[in-house]
Design a protein around this ligand. Sequence first.
Ligand code: TTP
Ligand code: MG
Length: 360
Amino acid sequence: MAAIQKIVHIDADCFFAALEIRQNPRLQGKPLAVGGDPEHRGVISTCSYEARRFGVHSAMAAKRAKQLCPGLIILKPNMPLYREASAQIMSILAEYSESIEPLSLDEAYLQVQHDSLCRGSGTLTAQHIQRRVHREVGIRVSAGVAPIKFLAKIASDWNKPNGLFVVVPEQVEPFTASLPVNRLPGVGPVTAGRLHRCGLYHCADIRHFGLARMVAHFGSFGTQMFERAWGRDERTVNVERTRKSLSVERTYSVDKQIHELAASVPALMTDLQGRYHNIGDQYRIQKVFVKLKFDDFRQTTLETALPVSRAWPAIDSYQRLLVTAWHRIKRPVRLVGIGLRLGEESHGARQPIQLPLFSL
Ligand code: TTP
Ligand code: MG
């Protein structure tokens, strides 16, 4: 049997907003967001917990956020500030483990090692990191500890903000049994709705439903959900993680017709740009791609190289691809996705692309 792993997942609390408050403490306690201009179709990147009480959240149109919370202060993003803080956090993490997998500017997995500081205790490692980030970076991070990767990530979200939640090996089985299905990785509101329609609300229900029926209803993702529902996740902390693509997609409540596809692109591109910044935007964009899922659940993807001269794809490059892809099946569309295929770092010599620990 493989040795039990100890994995810590760290995720900063309202990262961009917390750094803005650190820079200007008078913002403390106020509903604050970082994002684009409400008058120019701007989108919220994140917001303080005070703003979240009004229903404001990431990826929401800034205009809508202002309607929900008229007193909302919206600041423009200051990426250099966020990158510097991210590098500081990652270098603190590096003191606690040699195996770190950064997922974005404010989030990483650590494999706890026996011979490291804190001598192999996941809980102590998490507590030390939380204290040090607060003291040295001036913001709070939440932490999750578990023997399994996806549970460590769920655990860091469990008691946010400034939370610490530990799932010990004996708790894996009962903890996952009672986990609501929308907590499983990759399960958004649409899949959660489909699971609920099958009578599946908690992971225990998925276990009883059985693998065969999960696959019949949800295809290969059904297998993954079934595995996770039993608390199984073979993945280890992946130090050499390379990012090859980045994408965003939307499932629409009413199917779209061909003439409506072009209008869906600007909002998707704003989301994509947010994510690209979030991974540190140090990757060169090599190709753009689109994905369409039709009302009969058939899907197609299509990609094309980005002209070398362009740093960021033009809206019409996605719009043209969508139309070409649509002509393959010619049916109403339930899901539109757009994405980037990423190449080596945009600055510096040719080398394998990694998420660098200290220069995110
Ligand atoms: P998250 O960790 O998802 O969010 P957060 O740190 O703001 O809040 P939480 O306390 O729930 O963890 O993302 C980290 C940063 O990435 C966030 O501060 C802003 C940026 N971001 C975007 O720009 N667009 C997005 O859609 C999301 C989700 C995040
Ligand atoms: Mg965060």
